[in-house]
Write a protein that binds this ligand. Structure first.
Ligand code: UD1
Length: 432
């Protein structure tokens, strides 16, 4: 397994260009199942989850050609309705093919995603909504087996805000008979991006980005060209990296309006920033203040920024209380940050970070995607070397992380499985 080696050093400096949003690309790729036409998607980040979703839709019979950050998808022939265990087990977001397959083919068999490192993560709300739309659903042999001759519009009131649930049902409803109303829908920018793509395909959708989305079903959808929005979580991760190193970083090709709650928290912490429509300039500071946050559905503070925020708060003056309200088990980074010297106490769904504490490099293990990013952020300022194991988690969601941080002056290197040694990487980094 590859590892990342970092040696904490001075402030980051320079420009970093943000890639397309992984969590917008995944539903948009799945939406291509809805049409026999040709879909062109651009600004895709070539991270592991995107390869997995491309493999999955190829497995269903769609043809995909890629070119730089774009793909052309031809959906004329779909010859399978099965999303197999081997692919779904590596990526929970594979569940996003359920709605489109059922709407286009009237049948879908999708392996049930298991629990994951950050909680149970059931898909019951996706299934309940499809049943309300007339689908017959059985759970057998670890698979969801769904059938519906043609889905019917329904009034769905999600008990809990679910991002991929809203996406799945919005896609299914585009080809249903009649009108579907989604109440308590997720409002994330990725939902709006998907709705814009579906509208470009001929879907009739109103209200995406609000708690009520209304979809009037049509008989068929056509191909489209669509550009994926910038990744707000990658953006926030670089804001944290700049902040913890007291750097001067220009974060470009992004949409700051998609991460207002996070940026407000960083401003409250005393981080000097200039926010432009498509870029953020982060400036050096003389010290940060502890800030309390609570993770919430959009437009609240995103749970996907919680781990990176805690890493940053280890260097802020005072006690920062972070309440995790979305997932029940999302503090996997805390024991690892403590091994690096952080002073953090877990109290139920709250993490109390007492700062500032000096961090020292250690061997640490990534437990999930965003937890891994928090260890990288801590490693940027930790004394001597930090080695992060299991970075396949990072590869699922961050495009060229070590290249982008390296360009900003970080001492960071990937050690390939078997081809290099950590010691050699440390020596090389020490000599930079
Ligand atoms: C998406 C994001 C993920 C982010 C999360 C919350 C993608 C591919 N992933 O995940 O990065 O952390 O939103 O912003 O976009 N729940 C149920 N039943 C369901 C569905 C969800 O109980 O059927 C619960 C979950 O366990 C969780 C909460 O609802 O506690 C929110 O989950 P959800 O919004 O569905 O997360 P994902 O869509 O899986």
């Amino acid at each position: 397994m590859d590892k990342l080696v970092l040696i904490g050093n001075g402030p980051l400096e320079g420009e970093v260009r943000i890639s397309g949003a992984k969590n917008a690309s995944l539903p948009c790729l799945a939406a291509s199942i809805l049409t026999a036409g040709t879909v062109n998607l651009s600004n895709l980040p070539w991270v592991r989850d995107i390869y997995t979703m491309c493999d999955l839709i190829r497995e269903l019979g769609l043809e995909i050609e890629d070119n730089d950050d774009s793909v052309e998808i031809k959906g004329a022939k779909i010859n399978s309705h099965i999303a197999p265990y081997q692919l779904v087990k590596t990526m929970r977001a594979s569940i996003l093919v359920l709605g489109p397959l059922l709407a286009r083919l009237g049948r879908a068999q999708v392996s049930l995603p298991g629990g994951c490192a950050i909680g149970a993560r059931p898909v019951d709300l996706h299934l309940k909504a499809l049943e309300q739309m007339g689908a017959e659903i059985k759970l057998e042999h670890g698979y969801i087996d769904a059938r519906a001759e043609r889905l019917k519009g329904a009034h769905i009131n999600f008990e809990k805000v679910t991002v991929t649930g809203t996406e799945n049902i919005m896609m299914a409803a585009t080809l249903a008979e009649g009108t579907t109303i989604l109440d308590n829908a997720a409002c994330e920018p990725e939902i709006v991006d998907l709705a814009e793509m579906l509208i470009a395909m001929g879907a009739r959708i109103e209200g995406a980005g609000t708690e009520r989305i209304v979809i009037e079903g049509v008989d068929r959808l056509h191909g489209c060209d669509h550009r994926i929005i910038p990744d707000r979580i990658e953006t926030g991760t670089y804001v944290c990296a700049a902040a913890i190193t007291r750097g001067r970083v220009s974060i470009t090709n992004t949409e700051p309006r998609h991460l207002e709650a996070f940026l407000a928290a960083m401003k409250k912490a005393g981080l000097p920033m200039e926010i432009h429509p498509d870029r953020i300039e982060v400036f050096p500071h003389e010290g940060l203040r502890a800030v309390n946050i609570t993770t919430e559905p959009h437009p609240g503070f995103p749970t996907d920024m919680q781990a990176q925020f805690i890493a940053t708060m280890t260097q802020a003056e005072g006690t920062s209380i972070v309440s995790e309200n979305i997932f029940e088990n999302r503090f996997g980074h805390v024991p690892e940050l403590k091994r690096m010297g952080a002073d953090i106490v877990i109290d139920g769904n709250r993490a109390l970070t007492i700062g500032p504490t000096p961090l020292s490099g250690a061997q640490v293990m990534a437990t999930d995607l965003r937890a891994s990013a928090s260890l990288v952020i801590a490693g940027l300022i930790a004394a001597e070397e930090t080695t992060i194991d299991r970075i396949y988690h990072l590869d699922r969601g961050y495009y060229n992380l070590e290249g982008k941080l390296g360009n900003l002056g970080a001492k960071i290197r990937r050690v390939k499985n078997g081809s290099d040694t950590v010691q050699r990487a440390v020596e090389e980094l020490s000599n930079i």
